[in-house]
Design a binder for this molecule. Structure first.
Ligand SMILES: NC(=O)c1ccc[n+]([C@@H]2O[C@H](COP(=O)([O-])OP(=O)(O)OC[C@H]3O[C@@H](n4cnc5c(N)ncnc54)[C@H](OP(=O)(O)O)[C@@H]3O)[C@@H](O)[C@H]2O)c1
Length: 256
């Protein structure tokens, strides 16, 4: 039996940080499967790991990549200790003016691929294994000019919490991670059409290492939601108290 961790979005940012953290601190894992499109990045990361890495290079918004992972899992005796669903992207801008393919692409990657990969992996998971899904603080309230992204992350949050409850009897624990802005390549994609993230939001910027440390701590504490910084914890509370129509009105005027 081989014990493995699977990390998507492993070539950059938060996913890559998870790979390094698991590599450094997790004994009892034989292999880390690192999934993303950029092969040279994955090779570079793999060369830095103590653990054996299996590179799975592919576009997760294409069903074939998840099918390939399913075939690999069925080809040997594997137990998945960690599934980290970190692959995801967002593009800022008004929905109507946006690129239709890019908008549905966010749904394909952030929602469909995460759901299908989780489904494929679950039969290979047992007692005390962990699923960590990258949602976002954008999941707390609808976000004008980030409409599809925020909605996709609301899905991730809702799905993760429900799945965590469903899997309690199997002692598999699911944590949705909800950071605010994190210093990664995410913004190279998000701001590609020139729409800038609110400077107020960027003021709250944290690092992948803070997010990952907190996420692993919360996952081991069997928490269903991990919110890494005080500012985002306060934002979450605000989103529970203040009517969403008021927050939406405030944020939509800031982007005009
Ligand atoms: N940074 C933030 O402010 C922030 C805040 C809250 C939540 N998040 C969430 O955290 C997660 C990680 O984001 P990040 O900040 O680390 O961004 P990032 O540095 O841009 O990393 C995104 C990762 O996703 C992979 N990816 C993108 N499209 C893919 C596709 N079609 N198929 C397979 N892999 C794909 C990328 O690899 P390749 O390009 O090599 O495929 C990369 O490894 C995302 O789900 C994001 O929504 C980010």
């Amino acid at each position: 039996m081989k014990y493995i961790a699977i990390v998507t979005g492993a070539s950059s940012g938060i996913g890559r940080e998870f790979v390094y953290a698991i590599d450094q601190s997790m004994n009892g894992i034989d292999e880390i499967w690192i999934v993303a499109r950029r092969k040279e990045r994955l090779e570079e990361i793999s060369g830095k790991l103590k653990h054996h890495a299996r590179i799975v290079c592919g576009d997760l918004s294409n069903r074939n990549t998840v099918n390939r992972i399913s075939q690999l899992l069925n080809a040997d005796k594997y137990k998945i200790r960690f599934l980290i669903n970190a692959a995801g992207y967002g593009v800022l801008g008004d929905f109507e003016k946006g690129d239709r393919k890019e908008e549905s692409g966010m749904c394909d990657l952030n929602i469909r691929a995460l759901t299908e990969l989780t489904h494929v992996c679950l039969p290979f998971m047992g007692k005390n294994s962990r699923i960590i899904n990258l949602a976002s603080s954008a999941s707390f309230v609808p976000q004008p000019s980030f409409a599809v992204y925020a909605a996709s992350k609301s899905y991730v949050l809702s799905f993760s919490r429900a799945l965590n409850a469903e899997l309690k009897d199997r002692q598999i624990y699911v944590t949705a991670v909800c950071p605010g802005p994190v210093k990664t390549e995410f913004f190279d994609v998000a701001e590609k059409y020139g729409t800038r993230t609110l400077s107020l939001k960027k003021f709250a910027m944290t690092t992948p290492s803070v997010v990952v440390k907190e996420a692993l701590k919360d996952s081991f504490a069997k928490k269903e939601v991990s919110v890494p910084t005080t500012m985002m914890k306060l934002f979450r509370i605000m989103c529970k108290i203040v009517p969403h129509r008021i927050i939406i009105a405030m944020t939509s005027s800031l982007y005009k």
